[in-house]
Design a protein around this ligand. Structure first.
Ligand code: SAM
Ligand code: SF4
Length: 458
């Protein structure tokens, strides 16, 4: 499948990534701790019933120049310890506001580099959850890991304490690319590490790659992705490099080497797409790939895929998300609550017994309807007006009025081969999958008078 270049030029506009609806730049200042506590309590009577936990670890040993994540480079063991102690206290704050009958279905550790923490800290936090919460049968316990800090002993401890999905940030197999972006090398070769992780029953491996970095040419990138497919991880993510030097200054340093043009980025992604789909992977959403028998692929086929800030998930594992740690965003049925990004403010707030929430957004019914529509398009590549109307107890006509969708825009998408229109909605075509953000934006009334800034698709 080749991306249509003319359509790409037309639609490569600033558009939300829709990891949430409304996107995070619509959130406003939090005004009261009581209101936030109330939002957590209200979530107990809403769907989904399951609890997903996100834990943000904002520390790394070295800076990768391309990094777009929320992290701090530190070797300060005292600061790390103080942060972990605060996380434990944050669990104490959260426990009473979550109904005792609700179970954890998912814990996702992100960063930064969670596996930069001494393993004792990870065990302590996990045990705090085991001691204080009930879990569903076979919950998903996942960690984003930097291979530079992953030893076999550490991995074994992670598995022992319940981790069953480890994601390795490979980015590229080319030494030249990794040296240029100043990324630390893997402690143990990725292939050997995958074999080791696989030696534990029920533990799966994801690999992360990026395209759009200096010195990534098609020939070398094909070698990287071919090697990735041969290693046969359960899932892969192939992220488009987001170059935002006005937000992340160190990225500016990469400009001296020359960054691949948009045309080249399309070719790199197409090459990766071809190799992975021909190697038995199904393309999920914008940038993920999963094996045929993976639960994400099965969920996609059954139109039961979900998505949150942490990535894709299935109905079984999905829950309302309760985020711990700096910058974490709780994604509840009726509210988004984002923690402060500042470590000192975070610690101070928890010490005072207050949730360290800085930004909030409370959704009304219409926004929930739009969110469900956008999720259906971004995850399951279709939209049924009657299903949405039934889910929210409104008429199909209401759905049109709430989204302000222009039927002529949909006709244009259809003429361009991006969607098919049926009596009850739309289906995205394979070509349409590459433009899902643009198609979703057609149902987002905020985009009609958009005054916010978003990144381009590539
Ligand atoms: C928190 S990191 C993963 C764990 C660990 N810190 C690491 O780098 O391996 C999450 C992923 O975000 C992706 N990422 C980081 N900066 C990015 C950027 N500027 N554009 C696109 N993807 C990026 C990388 O693929 C990385 O693996
Ligand atoms: S290790 Fe990961 S989070 Fe840390 S600087 Fe590198 S890409 Fe960013």
């Amino acid at each position: 499948m080749n991306i249509n270049k003319a359509l790409f030029d037309k639609y490569n506009l600033p558009t939300p990534r829709y990891t949430s609806y409304p996107p995070a730049n619509y959130f406003t200042e939090s005004t009261s701790n009581e209101q936030n506590v109330e939002a957590f309590k209200t979530s107990n009577n809403e769907n989904p019933q399951n609890v997903s936990i996100y834990i943000h670890i904002p520390f790394c040993a070295h800076l990768c120049l391309y990094c777009g994540c929320n992290t701090k480079i530190t070797k300060d063991k005292e600061q790390i310890k103080a942060y972990v102690d605060t996380l434990l206290k944050e669990i104490d704050l959260l426990r009473p506001v979550i109904d005792k009958n609700r179970k954890i279905s998912q814990i996702h550790w992100g960063g930064g580099t969670p596996n930069y923490l001494p393993i004792e800290y990870i065990i302590k936090i996990m045990n705090k959850f085991y001691d204080n919460f009930d879990f569903i049968d076979s919950p998903e316990i996942a960690m984003e890991c930097h291979p530079a800090h992953l030893t076999k002993e550490y991995t074994k401890e992670l598995v022992n304490v319940g981790f069953n999905r480890l994601s390795l940030g490979v980015q590229d197999f080319s030494d030249k690319v990794l040296e240029t972006v100043q990324r630390e090398k893997a402690k143990i070769p990725i292939g050997e590490m995958i074999d080791y992780i696989r030696s534990f029953e029920g533990v799966s491996v994801n690999l992360d790659f990026i395209y759009g970095l200096p010195f990534q040419d098609e020939e070398k990138y094909i070698q990287t992705i071919t090697k990735a497919a041969e290693l046969s991880p359960d899932r892969l993510a192939v992220f488009s490099y987001a170059h935002v030097p006005w937000l992340k200054k160190p990225q500016k340093k990469l400009e001296q080497y020359g960054l691949p043009s948009v045309d080249k980025k399309i070719r790199l992604f197409q090459a990766a797409y071809k190799i992975l789909t021909e190697s038995g992977y199904t393309s999920i959403g914008l940038d993920h790939f999963a094996k045929e028998d993976d639960e994400l692929t099965i969920a996609l086929k059954n139109k039961k895929l979900h998505r949150n800030f942490q990535g894709y998930s299935t109905v079984k594992t999905t829950g309302q998300v309760y985020a711990l740690g700096v910058s974490g965003i709780s994604q509840l049925e009726s509210a988004y609550l984002q923690n402060t990004k500042n470590i000192k403010d975070y610690i101070k707030s928890i010490e005072e017994g207050k949730f360290p929430i800085e930004k909030v957004y409370f959704l009304n019914k219409n926004e929930k309807i739009i969110r469900a529509i956008i999720e259906s398009i971004m995850c399951n590549m279709y939209l049924s007006y009657s299903e949405i109307a039934k889910q929210f107890n409104v008429s199909v006509n209401d759905v049109f009025e709430i989204t302000k969708v222009d039927k002529n825009d949909l006709k244009v998408f259809e003429q361009e081969g991006l969607i098919t229109i049926n009596d009850d909605g739309i289906e995205l075509t394979k070509q349409g999958q590459f433009f899902m953000r643009n198609i979703a934006a057609a149902f987002d009334p905020n985009m009609k008078d958009n005054k916010k800034s978003f990144s381009k698709s590539l």
